[in-house]
Design a protein around this ligand. Structure first.
Ligand SMILES: [Zn+2]
Length: 496
């Protein structure tokens, strides 16, 4: 009997990301969009509470932020765009419809390049980036008698929300994670959103399906919701791929449905099937004019974009001679990359080898000791007490021989703790390196007189005795003796 080879399946993933824009005001009214610490229902007005007779007004900044995002994602920006009503009844949507964009979004045909470790970079297509409004927030409660009730907070209602829809181009949970990380980094670089999944201003739904490897058709799509971190997205996708693989292997059909990720159980469960899908009955929003974006305006925004993460990473490798690993960590956020460049700046007057040496050392301190101290104290680079200039100055003290590389570690920790300048720390703690020949000679004499046995051994031809004596002198000087000067003086004195 010949065995039939098992079908190999290919994973197909598409992601829908909703991002709250960091504008001052809401999408269609003058209410403050910064509601994170506000008491419920305090950032409200007749417009975002959907009272009858009110009229929305488009937030120019939100359109600008969406176009900037679209430009950063290599999108095409049409000159004509409009808003539409998306009708659906739900308690968090008081108007009974959401103002969104249907057939003429602010941008389309975009892409983002992502990299999974050990694989070649890959372009993930993005169908569109469009603008809409966020809904109110419901909190479901149970009272003492066991009855359930819901509370509504309108503060979030009408906050500008950008939707970024990818093509089904991802083939693994790893690729999906890399896409989200790159997207988040890009949004933060251009400063349009805090893009924090745990805070709910960056939300992700995933579409996952499997198909026989090589097949051009898509399998039935399962939508996964309720993921609150990149970790959750990654695990939910891994779970869903395994589940669908097993179902297919058992000869089952995968129904098209929406499933929710249950974090505590580490699995997805069915929430609703295709039959309950909504018909949104979109139509053009009659209360808003269309949006026209002329070419000079779009070009102006393009010119105002900061250097994007990929370009900056590449420049860090070329300009500073950094390895990919360091360059990647240092360009993780704009603040970190700015800190690095500010620290390196004073070294620009030096000749190229020395400049590269400073650039490498500053990178090492940042990804090493500084990262460790920041992590341990739960602070980020913005809250760091050591200024970029002081990091440079400390390395300069090592370079000019004022302190040893070993002492620099303690100086750095003291700077981190107190925010004091390196020269001040060195002076206050008496950590200057001992280099003067008088001081070194006195130290050597002291050590020789205390270690007659080792002196005798060295003179009898035992070379290792020198190492021992250097060690003793270093300890005597509390690590402050200049090692080269010390060794030279010791040797000269022993061989005299
Ligand atoms: Zn309002």
């Amino acid at each position: 009997m010949t065995s039939i080879p098992a079908t190999r399946y290919e994973t197909v993933i598409g992601l829908e990301v909703h991002v709250q824009l960091q504008t001052e005001r809401k999408m269609f009214c003058g209410c403050s969009a910064a509601y994170a610490d506000a008491a419920p229902n305090t950032h409200v007005c007749p417009v975002c509470m959907a009272l009858p007779g009110v009229l929305p007004v488009i937030n120019r900044k939100a359109v600008e932020y969406t176009v900037m995002t679209a430009l950063a994602l290599n999108c095409r920006i049409p000159t004509f765009s409009k808003f539409d009503r998306k009708n659906y009844p739900y308690p968090d949507l008081l108007k009974g419809y959401q103002i969104s964009q249907y057939d003429l979004p602010l941008s389309h045909d975009c892409w983002l390049e992502v990299e999974v470790e050990g694989e070649a970079p890959k372009r993930i297509g993005i169908t569109r980036v469009h603008l809409e409004e966020d809904t109110a927030r419901l909190t479901h409660k149970t009272d003492a008698s066991g009855d359930t009730y819901s509370l509504i907070d309108m503060n979030r209602s009408g906050v500008p929300l950008m939707e970024i829809v990818s093509e089904p181009d991802m083939r693994s949970a790893e690729e999906a994670r890399a896409y989200l990380v790159k997207l988040q980094r890009t949004l933060r670089y251009i400063g349009v959103s805090k893009a924090n999944m745990e805070e709910g201003n960056f939300r992700c739904d995933a579409n996952v399906s499997l198909r026989p490897a090589g097949s051009p058709d898509l399998g039935s799509k399962v939508e996964v919701k309720n993921m609150n971190s990149f970790r959750a997205v990654y695990h939910a996708l891994r779970f869903e791929v395994d589940r669908q693989t097993q179902e297919l292997a058992a000869g089952q059909r995968i129904p098209q449905e929406t499933r929710g990720w249950i974090e505590a159980d580490g699995r997805t469960t069915s929430q609703r099937s295709k039959e309950e899908a909504h018909d949104y009955r979109y139509f053009p929003e009659p209360d808003l004019p269309p949006v026209t974006l002329d070419v000079p305006y779009v070009e102006e925004l393009r010119c105002a974009l900061p250097e994007l993460p990929d370009a900056r990473l590449l420049r860090f490798e070329m300009e500073y001679g950094l390895p990919l690993y360091e360059a990647n960590l240092l360009t993780e956020s704009r603040a970190k990359a700015d800190y690095y460049e500010n620290a390196v700046a004073p070294a620009r007057v030096k000749e190229v080898t020395e400049f590269r040496d400073y650039a490498r050392q500053i990178a090492n301190w940042m990804v090493g000791d500084l990262a460790r101290l920041l992590n341990a104290s739960g602070t980020d680079i913005e809250g760091c007490q050591i200024s970029p200039g002081d990091l440079y100055a400390m390395i300069a003290l090592v370079e000019e021989g004022t302190i040893s590389g070993k002492i620099a570690k303690s100086v750095f920790e003291e700077m981190f703790r107190t925010g004091k300048a390196p020269a001040t720390v060195v002076r206050d703690l008496g950590l200057e390196q001992i280099s003067s020949s008088d001081e070194i000679t006195a130290l050597v004499e002291r050590v020789l007189s205390q270690n007659a046995k080792a002196v005798g051994e060295y003179r009898a031809g035992k070379q290792e005795a020198l190492k021992f004596l250097v060690g003793q002198a270093m300890r005597e000087s509390r690590g402050r003796a200049n090692p080269a000067a010390l060794t030279e003086t010791l040797k000269a004195r022993l061989e005299a």
